[in-house]
Design a protein around this ligand. Structure first.
Ligand SMILES: [Zn+2]
Length: 464
């Protein structure tokens, strides 16, 4: 079901930095002149939460019976869209939304577009980027300047300096074309929300915010707003539908709201810096989310012993929270206590209901740091386990190659390096390492065959 350009973006995700531990930052290299770099962030907790938001909606829309890939984009602006079984969402959207329902509503609306088969072509990533660039140009200098003065790089770079004059007609026709599809998607969204017993108030709130934000007061331009025109009659229609629903007054379950708050705080601490994080934590004062943010902030910017004490207190409050254990592991790694870190990560792995592939890789890294032949062997098992759950984690292959190398398994290291290149979209290097690996392998053994797959792979063919 995956369209090729989208696949290419995932395949080209390239890790360029790791924020201490825990949150790895990757960059997908641009595959067209229009596509700006998409800074993808990986995080087990955030991915699991968004997947939990999306799963029932996708099911109600008849879209996915199997897993949904969540792609977190490190961008402060508001954006979210679905293609195939991938859901792209900006960290800025999660930060902005005060309740899960606001995000769930947007996902429901996007699912409505997919289920309705709207603008199939436009909805693949590259075309979409192109459309947004065109729309940004058409919306005129005001929007562009507002975008350029802020952080919204996707738009600022796209149509800068181009006057809107002659584009007015085109703008009107594009917006008119979109209008019916938007209203259809709104109606579908309400159907899915009703089917899952959820309110449409969050979606309405989000769209209201976009509508009133149109004053272009120098606030940043949200790509979502530009791809989603919000004329008065559309909002009015939606409002009627939302208020007619028997679920209008339903609120998110307290446990889900708490997870949402914890994710918002996490994004604030790791992505937005201390000032934003402190502001958000003050709003949530006394809550577990605020304490989580405080522990993370202390780990990143403060005293390690204090961070550990705060995290231990969190674990006492929620002994089954996998991500508190993950944080404990991160802290212990920073404290240079890999053996204890491995114990914490092992707990995180066993407690993680979402079975994220990221946590076993963290466990593997800690075991590698322990450094005994025994722990290296365990590291290989864990990293392979993580990569089995999440094949596109290209950083994982680097650690795997290193672990094999330290164990003296050179062909294993070369094959892991080949896989890492392969999933980063560097097919040429992938083939070179696959051939080197094969030279030291028995012809026809499973690893030899995998190497052969990489050698035979032609980028123009669809995989998976
Ligand atoms: Zn829409």
């Amino acid at each position: 079901m995956l369209s090729r350009p989208r696949l290419t973006i995932a395949q080209t995700a390239r890790v360029f930095a790791t924020l201490s531990l825990g949150v790895a930052v990757a960059v997908a290299s641009s595959v067209s002149a229009f596509a700006q770099n998409v800074p993808v962030v990986r995080d087990a907790e955030i991915e699991a939460l968004v997947r939990d938001y999306a799963r029932p909606i996708f099911r109600a829309a008849g879209l996915a019976n199997d897993g949904i890939d969540i792609v977190l984009v490190n961008d402060q602006s508001f954006n979210a869209f679905v293609t195939g079984r991938r859901l792209f969402i900006n960290t800025g959207a999660l930060m902005t939304a005060e309740t899960p329902n606001e995000i769930i509503g947007v996902i429901a609306h996007e699912a409505g577009h997919i289920a309705g088969g709207h603008q199939q072509k436009l909805r693949d990533q590259l075309e979409r980027a192109k459309t947004m660039a065109i729309l940004a140009t058409l919306l005129g200098a005001g929007a562009i300047v507002a975008g350029a003065t802020t952080n919204s790089r996707g738009l600022a770079g796209a149509g800068m300096g181009v006057a809107a004059g002659g584009g007015e007609m085109a703008q009107r026709s594009i917006l008119a074309y979109q209008r019916t599809e938007e209203m259809t998607a709104d109606r579908s969204a309400i159907t899915y929300l009703n089917a899952t017993g959820q309110s449409g108030m969050g979606m309405l709130k989000t769209f209201h915010r976009f509508q009133t934000a149109l004053s272009l007061s120098g606030a940043q331009v949200d790509p979502y707003r530009i791809s989603h025109p919000m004329p008065q009659d559309r909002i009015a229609n939606l409002e009627v539908l939302v208020k007619q629903s028997p679920n209008v007054d339903k609120v998110d379950p307290a446990a889900l709201q708490q997870r949402h708050d914890m994710v918002r705080v996490k994004i604030a601490v790791y992505m937005e810096g201390q000032a934003t994080a402190s502001r958000l934590m003050r709003k949530m004062q006394g809550s577990l989310a605020a304490r989580y943010g405080d522990a993370q902030s202390t780990y990143l910017f403060g005293n390690i012993a204090a961070a550990l004490a705060k995290t231990n207190a969190l674990i006492k409050a929620q002994p089954k929270n996998a991500y508190f254990q993950e944080l404990r592991g991160d802290i212990l790694m920073k404290a240079n206590k890999p053996k204890e870190a491995a114990e914490a990560y092992a707990k995180a792995v066993s407690l993680d209901p979402a079975r994220s592939g990221l946590l076993p890789v963290s466990l593997g890294q800690a075991l590698m740091a322990v450094g005994t032949p025994e722990s290296l062997k365990k590291a290989v098992v864990q990293i392979n386990n993580g990569l089995g759950r999440d094949k596109e984690n290209s950083a994982g292959y680097r650690y795997l190659a290193q672990a094999y190398g330290e164990l003296g398994d050179i062909p294993g290291a070369e094959l892991a390096t080949a896989e890492g290149h392969f999933y980063s979209g560097n097919y040429k290097d992938a083939k070179i390492f696959a051939m080197r690996a094969q030279q030291q392998m028995k012809r026809g053994e499973p690893r030899w065959l995998r190497a052969q797959d990489i050698i035979n792979y032609a980028p123009s063919t669809k995989i998976k």
